[in-house]
Design a protein around this ligand. Structure first.
Ligand SMILES: *Cc1c(COP(=O)(O)O)cnc(C)c1O
Length: 317
């Protein structure tokens, strides 16, 4: 078994406020989505435009990182280490936040070092994140990180964990009249955002998470383990809308994204929010929701993932 040795760097003071000043909470808004499909099903759909928060630490990524950054500061960690794929929004968000806070960071990247770095990796590298590439089998054993003197704060892949969910619970604080919604719908990768949101709901609200990974059956338990007991029955995870698997896409998905942008000025990303909104259309058409319901869709950001698409696939990117 191979172990990952984290270096014992000197502690650097940093201030979580550095990045907080850049966040544009005043630009986050609720967008009404008046499509006939929802009207016909007697549904009111509103979209929380969390993508407006920050161009890089976009959408849910700030919320999931927030308390990890605070923990690193309070416990004087000299280094943050985390994990992700070559197109990971979480890797880039962590690199950016650490750069702003002046804290060293390592990103452990799934897969052998590529000849050509993805734009995400180039950006993370330019932000001084140290990139370490792990073979897929080493990456799968990633919990065996050796961390001498506990000098590093290790953030699990995607910010998964109670610390990430605690921050994600604050997403709903941005929504006026949150109690009017019966359903809250979002994309689910690790399920951290979904868990946090469920923890912030009240009893008549149902949270629907659309898994963007194929056959990720363990997502249910991983999500529920972050959810308080009284909210566990407010979560439903659907697995049929992965479009071939994580970061895979189809022409109908890309066409959908272009149509939604042209009609509603709503930019979606093909890894998360496009799959989730597509699913929401499909569910509404199939009378999944109780008529007269109010639905809140979380636009969780992550638009930079679209940079991995061939040029001119999208009219807005
Ligand atoms: C990372 C990400 C998600 C997934 O969040 P989880 O908490 O891992 O489920 C959803 N949407 C966008 C845009 C993301 O970047």
């Amino acid at each position: 078994m191979r172990y990952i040795l984290l270096l014992n760097w000197n502690a650097i003071n940093f201030d979580v406020m550095d990045i907080q000043n850049e966040l544009r909470f005043d630009e986050v808004f609720i967008q009404k989505h008046d499509d006939e499909i929802f009207k016909d099903a007697l549904l009111q759909l509103n979209i929380l435009r969390l993508d407006k928060l920050h161009p890089i630490v976009s959408g849910n990524k700030w919320f999931k990182l927030k308390y990890y950054l605070q923990e690193a500061k309070e416990n004087n960690h000299s280094l943050i280490a985390t994990f992700g794929g070559a197109f990971s929004n979480h890797i880039l968000a962590t690199a950016y936040a650490c750069n702003k806070q002046n804290i060293k960071c390592i990103g452990y990247i799934r897969g052998e070092k590529p000849k050509q770095f993805s734009q995400t990796l180039l950006d993370a590298h330019a932000l001084n994140m140290q990139l370490e590439f792990l073979s897929r089998s080493d990456y799968a054993k990633k919990k065996t990180v050796v961390n001498p003197n506990n000098s590093a704060l290790v953030i699990p892949e995607g910010g998964y964990g109670e610390t990430g969910a605690k921050g994600a619970a604050e997403i709903l604080q941005l929504v006026p009249n949150i109690s009017i919604y019966n359903y809250i719908v979002c994309a689910a990768g690790t399920g951290t955002m979904l868990a946090g949101i469920a923890n912030a709901t009240i009893s008549h609200q149902q949270c629907i998470g659309l898994s963007v990974v194929k056959n990720n059956i363990s997502l249910q338990n991983e999500t529920l383990s972050l959810v308080k007991n009284e909210a566990k029955n407010r979560i439903t995870i659907l697995h049929e809308y992965h479009f071939g698997g994580y970061a895979k896409h189809t022409k109908p998905l890309i066409d959908f994204m272009n149509r939604i942008f042209a009609t509603y000025n709503l930019p979606l990303d093909f890894v998360y929010t496009a799959k989730a909104l597509y699913a929401l259309y499909h569910l509404a058409e199939n009378k999944y929701f109780q008529p007269e319901s109010n639905i809140l869709f979380i636009h969780s950001g992550g638009l930079q993932g679209n940079r991995s698409l061939p040029k001119e696939s999208l009219q807005y990117f």
